[in-house]
Design a protein around this ligand. Structure first.
Ligand SMILES: [Ca+2]
Length: 193
């Protein structure tokens, strides 16, 4: 069960649906106001609306949302900006499962490694891309997080840097962040599309 704690906000909304007639308490609200919503990916390409608790039952005129693991505990927290309002922070208090955190450092010409692709080695390799884009006027944490569930085994990853160089890193301990620096892994020939 996931849980979220609203840390600093009075009212908050993210990823919402437009409210056309009434707010949560039945009062008329501005059509521009968004009712908070929490959508859960079922793993098969379908997003389900679920009860996100009180933090998602409020309304506001929200814009940018920046996603980052602000407390370095292996889950994603969210910072939301609101029109004519304060910045709000959602702290993710999901009970711990295993995770792998990666902080990639590219070569001098691209130190933040934006665009780098990383595969976690599994039967069906999971791919992530280093990025900070995805929401209006916001920048996400460029670090990568892989959720591992009950898997406690040390992990191996393959990295394709923006210059197409490929390297392998590991074994990596779970439940912590690792600094992954360009040209410090094992050289690999191309094996992924
Ligand atoms: Ca966190």
């Amino acid at each position: 069960m996931r849980s979220w704690r609203r840390v600093t906000c009075i009212a908050i909304a993210t990823c919402g649906v437009m409210a056309s007639e009434s707010g949560p308490a039945g009062a008329a609200i501005d059509p521009g106001i968004v009712v908070g919503a929490w959508l859960l990916n079922d793993g098969n390409g379908v997003y389900l609306s679920v009860d996100g608790g009180p933090a998602f039952a409020l309304t506001d005129v929200s814009r940018g949302a920046a996603f980052a693991d602000l407390d370095n505990d292996g889950d994603i927290d969210v910072v939301v900006t609101n029109n004519d309002g304060s910045v709000h922070l959602y702290r993710n208090d999901t009970p711990g499962l295993n995770w792998l955190g990666l902080d990639l450092e590219g070569k001098n010409t691209a130190p933040h490694a934006i665009g780098t692709l990383v595969w976690r080695e599994t039967e069906h390799p999971e791919r992530k891309r280093v990025r900070t884009d995805g929401s209006y006027a916001s920048a996400h944490d460029p670090r990568l997080l892989f959720g591992l569930g009950s898997d406690e085994a040390r992990q191996f990853i393959r990295v394709r840097w923006p210059d197409k160089t490929e390297e392998r890193f590991g074994p990596l301990e779970v439940n912590r962040y690792h600094k992954i620096r360009y040209a410090t892994g094992t050289s690999e020939s191309s094996s992924h599309q």
